[in-house]
Design a protein around this ligand. Structure first.
Ligand SMILES: NC(=O)c1ccc[n+]([C@@H]2O[C@H](COP(=O)([O-])OP(=O)(O)OC[C@H]3O[C@@H](n4cnc5c(N)ncnc54)[C@H](OP(=O)(O)O)[C@@H]3O)[C@@H](O)[C@H]2O)c1
Length: 317
């Protein structure tokens, strides 16, 4: 039985955040979510013990005000691509520093911080990974605050932006489907397993000051995962793995596509395999579920109305 906490989640409206906040609320913790736009997140507003507050987290005095009276901070905020308004350094390095400073001032002694596998301030292959590494190091440099960091590979789940995005792109386009950096390896981990790791670490003193890699039970190349996605949705497409030069050109082109499905910095992140050194640390109590057990439950072939009707008729017989 864990103590009930008063937790502030930054980034609680995102993919991982929505799952984590729902779980924390279900376990009876009070959860305050800071968001740039409160009204966009109605699904969180209805959860008991969850309080969504519109706040500018770039401002330390706002953080101090919102953190007062709480005992734990969870930081999930990150960006995959820079924009004029959001720079990697501000979001991945300066924000963690501001969170630490605010925690020190209001007397919060526990932080769970989301980093990323391969985050490394010196050797990260992309600006994303280098700044994530710098932010993680900054978090652990503070004495007097118990910080636990998590370093996941790609995260999947019914509302993910990995399998769902490839499925959408496969459905929307025609002809050969090009993939940059096809041989990069990934170990997808399910979002509920990531949530488990956070929840189990919350009160566990053995996790204080530790940094944990989080991977699923199997590794795949990016090409294998896209081919699997195409199979599941019934897209009969030729998936073409691009070599390094064409991958670079493709990433450059994709930066002009709305939603930036790929950027040169994303491609740089893929230059290093996103696989863990070993299984998930036992102390986290996570038994990771595989891609094959879950993804078919949310990616299915789209049946035309007639085909769907026939399928239902046959299923009834
Ligand atoms: N998803 C993955 O596969 C994956 C893999 C490895 C590591 N991670 C890490 O896991 C964490 C969560 O990832 P996610 O996929 O859940 O991210 P996400 O869906 O993009 O959510 C990110 C959250 O950060 C907040 N945010 C984004 N830009 C911001 C800005 N400029 N200023 C203030 N807040 C901003 C957003 O909150 P509001 O819009 O409400 O303000 C949003 O809820 C991140 O640290 C990420 O690096 C994710």
């Amino acid at each position: 039985m864990t103590d009930k906490h008063r937790i502030c989640v930054l980034g609680g409206t995102g993919f991982v955040g929505r799952h984590l906040v729902a779980r924390l609320a279900a376990e009876g913790h009070y959860v305050k979510v800071l968001s740039r736009r409160r009204e966009r997140h109605r699904e969180l507003l209805v959860l008991p013990t969850v309080h969504v507050v519109e706040a500018d987290i770039r401002d330390e005095s706002t953080l101090i005000r919102e953190l007062t009276g709480l005992d734990t901070v969870i930081n999930l905020v990150a960006i995959l691509n820079e924009s004029r308004r959001a720079r990697f350094r501000d979001i991945h390095v300066e924000l963690p520093r501001r969170i630490l400073s605010a925690c020190r001032k209001v007397g919060i002694h526990r932080i769970l911080h989301m980093s990323a596998l391969n985050a490394d301030s010196g050797r990260g292959t992309s600006v994303y990974l280098r700044t994530k590494g710098e932010g993680e190091n900054a978090m652990h440099a503070e004495s007097g605050i118990a910080v636990t960091s998590f370093r996941p590979s790609i995260i999947f789940g019914n509302d993910d932006r990995f399998f769902n995005r490839f499925a959408r792109l496969l459905r929307l386009t025609a002809g050969p489907f090009p993939i940059a950096s096809p041989n990069s390896k990934l170990s997808p981990i399910h979002v509920d397993d990531v949530v488990d790791a956070f929840v189990h670490a919350l009160d566990n003193r053995a996790t204080f000051g530790q940094r944990y890699e989080l991977c699923g039970p199997k590794s795949y190349t990016l090409l294998q995962l896209v081919e699997y996605t195409a199979d599941l949705i019934g897209a009969n497409r030729w998936i073409v793995g691009l070599g390094p030069t064409l991958s670079a050109l493709f990433a450059r082109l994709m930066e002009f596509v709305p939603g930036k499905p790929l950027s040169r910095d994303n491609l740089a992140s893929l230059q290093q395999d996103s696989v863990c050194k070993g299984p998930i640390a036992e102390v986290l109590g996570v038994k990771p579920i595989s891609v094959e057990e879950v993804v078919p439950t949310y990616l299915q072939p789209r049946k035309s109305r007639v085909k769907y009707y026939r399928y239902r008729q046959n299923a009834r017989r």
